[in-house]
Design a protein around this ligand. Structure first.
Ligand code: SF4
Ligand code: SF4
Length: 416
């Protein structure tokens, strides 16, 4: 499919510049072309034919965007920047900005459970034998290999075999489809374990959707929209077939992508399935906040009593899904904790999917900015709600970084 930039969406920009200070790359560089408005100008120039898709400056500035969508929150004119950026990148990829290795990662590796298990096994061995630490020392942090190695957690578990369905001991008759995630389940599988534990405790049977691997978010950000559309079609068919009451994600980026399937499949024969799935899809924080605040209050013990917990807001929760207060409100259910949002919480930590690997210098600058804020706040624990943020904030730092759902699960496990 030949991609095009949606001119109606593009013309919503009134060039006011109110998005500039919300943009992490603009804040770092001070360059107009590294701002949302600058990137929109370049898209406009491309649609008017004054630059071509092979112009190196066009590619440079569009590809250096984090797709954090902070500019969408700041924009008074409702510019749908994320959609426009995905369309622009697909055009850039069509004109030679892709690579065989990226195409392999998005269309093969992330969609293959055996390959993902092999990756998890190799990474588990590398972390346990200290190979990742050694490689991180050998390769400069400003290279993609060095950046990837330095992101590996100190220890990750070997792949576990999971049952297709985790049954609750106190069933409420409802079934939840949980998106385990592709890379998320490799590096932060404990978050899925915690999610299943909390949902089972609340009476839900949890279907781990064995035939679903990837949501397609990384492919969309990389400019491989055709891969994402294929995944969207396959996934909505599974969601329909499995007769789920709800579809949940605990990874902010994946949840945002699932919620965009409806838009992505608009006008196709899968539009009705996508609409059906959209009405059942929630982020885990959103779902628990909407349906189970009081139930959780009765289940949570005081394991974190006396702790100061800072909340780091993932971009695809705050800007992509407009879920801002729900995680904080859930943390406030933990007895005896002090919970607060970090300063400048709208700004990306530099993780942004694979951005910190593809743009290690900018990713590192943004991580350091975030770490200074965390150090000033002196929390006991940093809580967040996205696998990528967890890895980025844990890098070279002893501060415990946990997913909100991990804290809830642990507090259920240790009732006083
Ligand atoms: S998506 Fe993020 S990095 Fe990209 S232009 Fe908008 S605010 Fe800047
Ligand atoms: S994207 Fe929105 S905030 Fe930014 S310049 Fe355009 S209209 Fe203004």
């Amino acid at each position: 499919m030949i991609e095009a930039i949606d001119l109606k969406k593009l013309s919503a920009c009134i060039h006011c510049g109110l998005c500039l200070e919300a943009c992490p790359t603009y804040r770092e560089t001070g360059e107009e072309m590294s701002s949302p408005r600058g990137r929109l100008y370049l898209m406009r120039n491309y649609t008017e034919g004054t630059i071509t898709a092979t112009d190196p400056e066009f590619a440079k500035h569009e590809l250096s965007c984090l797709v954090c969508r902070s500019c969408e929150t700041a924009c008074p004119s409702g510019v749908e920047f994320g959609v426009l950026m995905e369309q622009t990148r697909a055009i850039l990829v069509e004109h030679g900005n892709g690579s065989i290795s990226k195409k392999f990662i998005y269309s093969k590796l992330l969609q293959s459970k055996p390959l993902l298990k092999a990756l998890q096994t190799a990474t588990a061995i590398a972390t346990k034998t200290g190979l990742t630490k050694l490689a991180a020392k050998l390769f400069s942090r400003s290279t993609s290999t060095g950046a990837a190695m330095s992101l590996a957690p100190t220890s990750i578990s070997f792949p576990q075999s999971r049952p297709d369905l985790y049954r609750s001991n106190h069933p409420n008759g409802k079934r939840i489809g949980l998106l385990l995630g592709c890379i998320g389940d490799v590096f932060t599988s404990q978050v899925n374990d915690a999610t299943i534990k909390v949902l089972n405790a609340l009476g839900y049977d949890v279907d781990i959707l064995p035939s679903v691997t990837c949501c397609g978010a990384l492919a969309a950000h990389g400019g491989y929209l055709d891969v994402t559309r294929d995944l969207a079609r396959q996934n909505v068919a599974v969601f329909k077939h499995d007769q789920l009451d709800y579809i949940l994600s605990n990874i902010a980026g994946c949840g945002a992508m699932l919620k965009e399937y409806e838009h992505l499949l608009e006008g196709t024969s899968h539009a009705d399935d996508a609409h059906l799935a959209r009405n059942k899809t929630f982020d885990i924080n959103e779902f628990l906040y909407l349906h189970h605040r009081e139930d959780l209050r009765g289940l949570l013990g005081s394991s974190f009593s006396g702790k100061r917990i800072a909340y780091q807001a993932p971009c695809h929760l705050t800007h992509g899904q407009r879920i801002v207060n729900e995680p904080l409100e859930l943390l406030r259910l933990l007895p005896g904790v002090e919970t607060f949002a970090l300063d400048d919480n709208e700004l990306c930590c530099g993780s942004a999917g694979s951005y910190n690997i593809e743009h290690p210098e900018m990713g590192e600058a943004l991580r350091k900015r975030k770490m200074r804020i965390i150090e000033d706040a002196r929390p006991d624990i940093v809580a967040t709600a996205n696998a990528g943020c967890m890895l980025q904030l844990s890098k070279e730092h002893a501060m415990p970084v946990r997913h909100v759902i991990e804290l809830l699960a642990e507090a259920i496990g240790r009732r006083n």
